[in-house]
Each structure stands twice: as C-alpha cells, then as structure tokens.
Design a protein around this ligand. Structure first.
Ligand code: KG4
Ligand code: ZN
Length: 389
C-alpha cells in the first residue's frame, strides 16, 4: 500500500501527515504558533519561519511515531510549495527535498489552496465524517483513521460520493476565492476578493475589539452572546449576482468607524475598551453575520450561475460555526430548487493541516513528480480575481 508523507508549512502551522493511497490517515501532527504571534495580532513572517525550523523535525518524527511507520516505509514525500509566506514555505520544501534525496523517493508538490478543497474528500473517505448531514458536526481528532469502506476514488461507493466536479470556496486568512474544480488538481478561478480575505477581516476586527488572536475563533465565541441584527454592516456585491467577487476592506472600516468615527482622535481599541461586554458581543455578532452573508450569498450565486450541484468549502474561516450552520441550511434549500450537495471539512481540517496534503495521492497516481530544484511560489500563479463563467 502506497504511503506518502505530507508536509505543510505555508503560514504559521508546522504540520505533517502520513497517508495512504486510499486516503487513510495513518498519523498526523500539527505544531501551532498561535502563542508566538498573539501579542502582535497577526503572523510575523520572520518569527514564523524560525519556529518552523524548530518544529519541523519533531513534527515529522511525531507523525511517523503515531503512524507506526519509519521513513523507509514511505513511497514519496509531498510538500505545499504555493501559495504562502516565502520563508515558511522554504522550511517545508527543504525538509521534503532532503528526505527525498536521502531516501531516494519522489518529491510531490502540493498547491495549498487545492489541498484546502481536497480536505473535504479526505475527511469523507477517511470516515472523519460520513456525508452532508453530519459535515457540520464537531470533528473527532484527526488520525489515525481507518477507511470506512469508502476507499478514496477507488470503490464504486466512493464514486457515488465523489466531490469532483465541484465549485470550490476557499476562505482563509489569505484567500477568499471561488473556483470551478473539474478535478482535484484542475482549478479554474471564477472570482475572489478584491482586497482583504475574510480571515484577515476577522483578525483585524478582533484586534479592534481587543479580542485575542487568531480573531476568527475569538469573534465566534464572543458573538454567541451577541445580537447579529444589532448593527447593519455592509455586504458588498451581494446585490450583483453576476459579479463573483468579495470585498472585506470596507466592512473592516465600517466597524472601525462604528467604534471610533472617521477621525484619528481615538483608536478603535481605546473606543472598544469603553464599551460594555454586551456592546462588544453585538458588534462581533453583527460583523460575523455580514461576513457569513457575503460568503454564503456569493456561493449560492456561483452555484446558480455555473449550474454546478456540488459545493466544497475549505480554509480556516470555514471552521466558523455560524458559517457552517447557515451554509448547511442554505444547501438543504428551503426552496428546493436551491438545494445542492455541500461538503465542509471538519473544523480541524479547515484550518491549516497536512492531512489535506493527501491531494498528493492524485499526483502520485498521475506520475506528477518534481525535480529536486523545485522552488517555492509565495504568490498565486494566476490572477484569481478573473471571473470567467
Ligand atoms: O486556512 P488557515 O488556517 O490559514 C491560511 O491559509 O490563511 O486560516 C486562518 C484564518 C485566520 O484568519 C483565522 O482567524 C480564521 O482562519 N479562522 C476563523 C475561525 N477559525 C479560524 N474565522 C472565523 N471563525 C473561526 N472559527
Ligand atoms: Zn490555509
């Protein structure tokens, strides 16, 4: 049985996983850097790459220990080499190349964004969730898992639940993008954010409200006690179904003005410090609702415009409980003509992890290997805001 080690160091999580060609997760490990970046309110690239250097070997060792395999059992090593922070990507790439050279095994390149969508398939095939109805439940810890008869892309049963072709929505700290995914590694950009990503808006608004980093989970927690209708924040482009685009910069500014007005006399943080807990919760809930409305609304418009019937969602913001609930309700379709198949990976496979790097299995099968002078590509290779339906 083919076994692949996958490595993920695109941003601020150092992660590795051992997966089989049937998408069983033999073992995985993630070292989070949240505590290191917390006091800066965002990821500091230099700190991130240094932490990856310290974490990468222990994370690989722990993954192999959990998988109960040794380096010699591996058939290939895969690594995410695009997109991400240059210094962070380099640490994973050098580790992967070194292993490939020492073990004389092939190197596989993983596109981090494609992997975020593929997380839906891995979760499904490895039994981490069993389909649409339960895709919004809290996930069990990742790995080791046994395939539950749904062998990845092999058995008839798996084909019945194949996620491709689908529309892919990636909502993370760096991206808010819509893709037409004709296959696991064939993505055509349909639209994306014209400014900030959704996760970035969560992080910046949380900082304004004096809530800890990362902002998404903090806002989600505080918003539980808030009224999502307390304040109306903008929902750009929702009134134009033909424009497959997001914008979160104005929403961020709207929260800032709500807190402190357009002047610079007082910082939003100081203004927020004078608010009651309830007022903070109401702002958090109203902001979260605006982001969720934009993401869900634009996803529905994309499904209608393209005629696709399956939507797969990945990226850290897809871990958001309110987003998951609203997306699931919408996919079930109160008006049945709106119904579509929805896959959202469990929350711990939405935030960065190496299990989603199992997309490398697809490249292994297709014989798509890389030379050992493979480089990192921090930016996207294509203009992802180009809409072409
Ligand atoms: O996919 P990810 O782990 O890393 C990137 O590739 O960017 O996404 C990280 C982003 C952060 O902005 C974080 O605040 C956001 O995902 N996030 C959330 C939640 N959990 C993480 N946003 C909203 N609600 C959450 N529960
Ligand atoms: Zn990511």
């Amino acid at each position: 049985m083919t076994k692949i080690l996958t490595i993920e160091t695109t941003c601020d999580e150092t992660a590795a996983a051992a997966v089989t060609e049937n998408l069983e997760v033999l073992g995985s490990a993630v070292a989070s850097q949240e505590k290191l970046h917390e006091k800066f309110g965002g990821v500091v690239p230099e700190i991130a790459s240094r932490a990856h250097l310290e974490n990468i070997l222990p994370v690989i060792d722990e993954t192999l220990r959990r998988a109960k395999i040794s380096l010699n059992d591996l058939d290939a090593v895969a690594v995410a080499n695009t997109p991400g922070l240059a210094g962070s990507l380099l640490v994973g790439l050098v580790a992967a190349k070194t292993l490939c050279m020492a073990l004389q095994k092939p190197l596989i390149a993983v596109n981090h964004l494609q992997a975020h969508i593929y997380a839906c398939k891995v979760a499904f095939c490895s039994g981490l969730y069993s389909g649409f109805e339960t895709s919004c439940n809290p996930a069990p810890d990742v790995g080791p898992t046994q395939a539950t008869g749904l062998k990845g892309g092999v058995s008839e049963e798996a084909n019945a639940y194949e996620i491709f072709p689908c529309i892919g929505l990636i909502v993370s700290g760096g991206h808010s993008s819509l893709y037409r995914c004709t296959g696991p590694i064939d993505f055509e950009p349909l639209g994306g954010t014209i400014d900030d990503a959704a996760g970035e808006a969560f992080d910046k608004v949380a900082a304004m409200l004096g809530l800890p980093y990362p902002g998404g989970p903090s806002i989600q927690q505080v918003a539980q006690r808030g009224n999502p209708k307390a304040y109306h924040f903008p929902r750009p482009f929702l009134d134009n179904p033909d424009r497959l685009a997001f914008s979160f910069s104005g929403l961020k500014t709207a929260v800032r003005y709500h807190l402190a007005g357009p002047g610079k006399e007082i910082s939003p943080q100081d203004a927020a410090a004078n608010l009651t807990q309830q007022e903070i919760a109401d702002i958090a809930a109203s902001f979260q609702e605006a982001v969720v409305d934009c993401l869900v609304g634009k996803a529905v418009q994309t499904m209608r415009k393209t005629g696709y019937t399956t939507l797969c969602v990945g990226g850290g913001v897809a871990a958001n409980a309110r987003f998951r609930t609203k997306m699931a309700e919408t996919a079930q379709g109160a008006a049945t003509q709106n119904a579509f198949r929805l896959f959202i990976a469990p929350p711990n496979l939405c935030t960065d992890n190496a299990v989603m790097g199992a997309i490398a299995v697809e490249r292994f099968r297709a014989g798509l290997f890389e030379p050992l002078d493979l480089d990192v590509f921090p930016g996207l290779l294509r203009n992802e805001t180009t809409a072409s339906t």
